[in-house]
Design a binder for this molecule. Structure first.
Ligand code: IMP
Length: 447
């Protein structure tokens, strides 16, 4: 069992999502009382392997897999209530009961049928060249409604049936008109279907909905420790990512203030998560992408297929340019570098140390997508290793070339690499430095 520490912590992705945040949260969780989601929605996909079982969570904080943790869905999350209920039910079937340990912010916005339809219509209209490659979970349209305000529905609105009915009928009419004008079809929307689903959500989730901001502040005052789970990844951040190929929320620790209502300075341990290489799903620039057999091999060995959509992930070398950028933006105190075992067997391994673009050497990420698209990676090659890593339990026991690879990345990023992943199981994790006081890795949870 891990020891209790009250340093509030955030775990977040250094890349374009899918970094393995679920695994890191799962390891840290025994040291925390409350796990909090503050951004995104069912676009996220967090996979955790416990023994022979694999759990894939989308909306629930991953930490709820630990039966003592209270899960909080903050005001900054956009919640598809039907997807959330399906997730709760799927866990219940596997004897993980979360319904009594879940709190949903009354300020959180609801993702409804018309958001998912709009996501699809808008992607189709943008065509192969212009589309974002979204997860089609209605995330962008729901955040757009949140900003527009007149067409939004929050959990607090579920309390007044009469007002809600009028509001949803008006919104559905407005959506039909705007879909017809923009996409030439009204999306076949039906207000009653939306209202029926809302009634189902209200019925089953009523006791979970509360003022989570107040709950979290009271928890902090009473000495409870909080773990914030960033969804997606900083390169998908709406302000700082590879815009417009991003998601619609603030995906790093900077999102905690807005998305959970907790002052960011409360959260002092900031653990970024990255793979030992890069991946991306959906469209958008990816300077270190490998469109050759090495990329194919990484995809195969790392089982790089999306948790949410099943799409094959694009794979490439580790990018120290983007990771230095995300380290600075986030103020990361630690880095978890996962999936080292996936690189086993490669003759040499590339790390991108800078970009070459328009005759210049760039050491940070440009804002313009077309500039990033024109950039060529400057790759430094390090010798690979052939030894299998999955049974290694101490950093010092890793092959020399593996240690050199990790140490080189640490120098390039300027953030201590406190967690190293050598396999998918909880036990296949090496912890270094101070974090050893917080995380105690189980000897083996493999069946
Ligand atoms: P959206 O969040 O569904 O609007 O998708 C916007 C972009 O973010 C697309 O490229 C998605 O593939 C990507 N994306 C969103 N969430 C995740 C995630 O959790 N992992 C990886 N990619 C994601």
């Amino acid at each position: 069992m891990a020891r209790k520490r009250s340093e509030h912590t955030c775990v977040f992705g250094f890349g374009w999502g899918d970094e393995g945040k679920g695994k890191v949260v799962d390891l840290l969780c025994p040291a925390f009382d409350i796990v909090v989601r503050f951004n995104g929605g069912a676009n996220a996909g967090h996979t955790v392997c416990v023994g022979s079982e694999t759990f894939a969570l989308h909306l629930l904080p991953t930490g709820v897999l630990h039966e003592t943790a209270v899960g909080v869905i903050g005001p900054g999350v956009v919640v598809d209530p039907i997807a959330l209920l399906a997730e709760i039910d799927a866990l219940a079937v596997r004897s993980v009961d979360v319904a009594d340990r879940l709190k949903i912010s009354d300020r959180a916005h609801l993702v409804l049928d018309y958001h998912k339809i709009e996501d699809q219509l808008s992607e189709r209209a943008a065509g192969a060249e212009g589309k974002i490659g979204t997860t089609a979970r209605g995330i962008g349209p729901c955040y757009a409604d949140k900003m527009r305000r007149t067409t939004a529905v929050r959990f607090a609105d579920l309390l007044d049936d009469k007002e809600l009915t009028l509001r949803v009928r008006r919104i559905v009419e407005a959506k039909k008109a705007s879909f017809s004008a923009m996409y030439g079809e009204d999306g076949d929307l039906n207000a009653q279907t939306v209202l029926d689903k809302l009634a189902q959500a209200a019925e089953r989730l009523r006791s979970n909905v509360c003022d989570t901001t107040r709950f979290l502040h009271e928890a902090i005052e009473s000495g409870k420790s909080l773990l914030f789970e960033g969804a997606n990844g900083i390169l998908l951040d709406v302000d700082h990512g590879t815009y417009p190929y991003v998601t619609s929320s603030s995906t790093g620790p900077h999102g905690i203030g807005a998305g959970a209502g907790v002052p960011p300075q409360c959260v002092t341990r900031l653990i970024g998560v990255s793979k030992a290489y890069s991946t991306r799903v959906g469209s958008g620039p990816f300077v270190t992408e490998l469109k050759d057999e090495i990329g194919e091999r990484i995809r195969r060995q790392g089982r790089e297929f999306g948790t949410t959509t099943g799409r094959p992930r694009r794979c490439g070398w580790f990018d120290a340019v983007t990771c230095r950028y995300t380290a600075q933006l986030s103020g990361a105190t630690d880095l978890a570098l996962l999936h080292l075992d996936t690189l086993t067997g490669l003759e040499e391994i590339g790390v991108c140390v800078a970009y070459r673009c328009d005759g210049q050497t760039l050491r940070t990420l440009p804002a313009s997508v077309s500039r990033i698209e024109r950039a060529e990676p400057i790759i430094e090659f390090l010798p690979g290793w052939r030894e299998e890593l999955r049974s290694v339990r101490q950093f010092e026991d890793l092959p020399k070339n593996t240690r050199d690879y990790v140490n080189r990345i640490e120098v390039l990023i300027g953030v201590p690499i406190s967690i190293v992943g050598v396999g998918p199981d909880r036990s296949q994790t090496l912890v270094r430095g101070e974090l050893r006081d917080v995380v105690q890795v189980p000897e083996s949870s493999l069946a």
